[in-house]
Write a protein that binds this ligand. Sequence first.
Ligand code: SAM
Length: 284
Amino acid sequence: MEQLTNISVIQALAEKHGFSFSKGLGQNFLINPSVCPRIAEMGGAEAGCGVLEIGTGFGVLTAELAKRADKVAAVEIDTRLLPVLDETLSEFDNVKIINQDILKTDVAALLQEEFGSMPVSVCANLPYYITSPILMLLLESRLPITAITVMVQKETAQRLCAPVGTRESGAITVAVHYYGEPRRLFDVSRGSFMPAPKVDSAVIRIDVRKQPLDPELDEEFFFRMVRAGFSQRRKTIANSLGSMLNLPKETVYSALRACDLAENARIESLNMEELIALAKSLKG
Ligand code: SAM
């Protein structure tokens, strides 16, 4: 297959198959030739391993993954792309395209069926309109995956990788750090895509924890507390949790005191240990 990062090749394929880019599906395809090989290499696509890709577009990343990994299973929602992929990925016999919405997919069953006991990582240039739901789906389901390497909006990368307990952190930051260890790999300018989006991007890698960070934690309550706190992040914890979780303020104050935290502390200033301690104290 000719260079899938070549604009004339993309235009010719689009014309041949009557394909037009869908903004609604976040279709910004990579045209910078150095990016996909780097995602594949840094994302763990290698012999003996499988890769789950989300959103194939014309298959530019899929091909780089298929060159390196034993098997690639790629979930793509847009049926119009299937004939294009038949053509662009015809040289690979280790790629399976699954024409589905990732958010409606039983990913655990898919991984079992496609990869069995093979180590699997996730690599993708994500559709940005559903970045958070996809990450939460992958992380909360405690799937047998080693790492998630994805392209996201630059601001999102900043938020996801910010240390917990800093002003850039949010509820999703806490979730990502709870389930894994995120780091920013490299930035990608808006000109690296066709059509060019209005924002720059960055590739991050989340190494997924094999064990829960705290096996004794009531995770359902912990994340309810985190979401409640961050939904009113400018308020003190006593005020936000009091109203959102329907707790008497005195209960929140005594939990804060038990954790050696100031009564006027805000959720964004607590690190992971302090958040876990507070959740346990409130539950107790
Ligand atoms: N991987 C290609 C590339 O890098 O050029 C395409 C990336 S493009 C940013 C996102 C892709 O995700 C598109 O192909 C889009 O059709 C697909 N997509 C959007 N929503 C999806 C969903 N809910 N489930 C699966 N794929 C989806």
